[in-house]
Design a protein around this ligand. Structure first.
Ligand SMILES: C[S@@+](CC[C@H](N)C(=O)[O-])C[C@H]1O[C@@H](n2cnc3c(N)ncnc32)[C@H](O)[C@@H]1O
Length: 247
């Protein structure tokens, strides 16, 4: 009986209520506000309005960036950290076609996060199997995303020097030694940075590259960050891991 009443109430909603809810959803889409009782923002455990953020990912992001190399649950995590942390600077490498740079740009713009997005890739003369050549940054060329050429962590060190609340996305070379070096150079320059790593999926007994996953464990120990909040989007390959700084 109660269920039937609930259903009638839901579908019997008058036009004004529907309009008001629609307007609220629209406003939330443009300027995110935490739900009452949620921690405000910044260096506390991450929390997002998951259904609302899901609508943004579904309607605004997926039509632009599709599901590769970042499937929807990874896109959710990339967006949630931007909305929650409201970083003043986002530094990422490698740029490749600019999918991740586009994600950071779109979510910052939609949620009113005043941030500078910097994306780094190797110069064309440096051989790397994944280097995109002249397609570098294709998805962000017309947008206010600053593209740099160079070695990711080295360029990042200079960009991070004056950042208050940085987010760093590490998606360059995925070998163990490379990710370890990337993480070390970032944490030396910006010990309070929030770190996102790509290609972190861990499947014991598989032949997958566990370099990123293993190097993050070492970094957490080396930099005394074992009590940080670590969130994994780990349903399958490629996998994404967030390490939030301590509060
Ligand atoms: C998997 S792709 C990155 C995908 C990209 N984030 C996107 O959204 O399209 C890896 C990229 O990292 C670049 N790369 C590898 N080592 C790097 C380094 N040390 N510094 C900067 N970029 C690097 C490669 O040239 C390649 O473009």
């Amino acid at each position: 009986m109660a269920k039937a009443d609930g259903a009638r109430h839901k579908f019997g909603m008058d036009a004004f209520t529907r309009w008001r809810r629609g307007m609220r959803a629209l406003v939330r889409g443009w300027s995110w506000r935490p739900s009452p009782g949620a921690p405000r923002t910044g260096r506390v455990r991450l929390e997002c309005d998951a259904p609302e953020l899901g609508r943004f990912v579904w309607h605004r992001l997926l039509p632009v960036v599709e599901t590769s190399p970042y499937p929807p649950h990874e896109l959710m995590l990339m967006c949630a950290v931007v909305v929650h942390l409201r970083p003043d600077v986002i530094v990422e490498w490698g740029t490749h076609l600019g999918v991740s740079a586009r994600v950071f740009h779109e979510v910052a713009q939609a949620y009113g996060v005043a941030t500078q997005v910097h994306s780094i890739d190797l110069p064309p003369g440096v051989a790397h199997a994944e280097h995109p050549g002249d397609r570098r940054g294709l998805l962000v060329r017309h947008l206010p995303v600053t593209l740099h050429e160079g070695d990711g962590p080295v360029v990042a060190q200079a960009l991070l020097r004056h950042a208050r609340n940085p987010l760093v996305f590490i998606d360059g070379d995925h070998r163990y030694e490379s990710v370890l070096r990337d993480g070390r150079l970032v944490l030396q320059a910006a010990p309070n940075a929030a770190l996102l790593f790509h290609d972190t999926f861990f499947q014991p007994g598989s032949g997958y590259n566990h370099g990123p996953h293993d190097s993050i464990r070492v970094l957490l120990r080396e930099f005394g960050r074992e009590d940080c909040q670590v969130i994994e989007a780990a349903l399958g390959l490629p996998g994404l891991m967030l390490v939030m700084p301590r509060g």
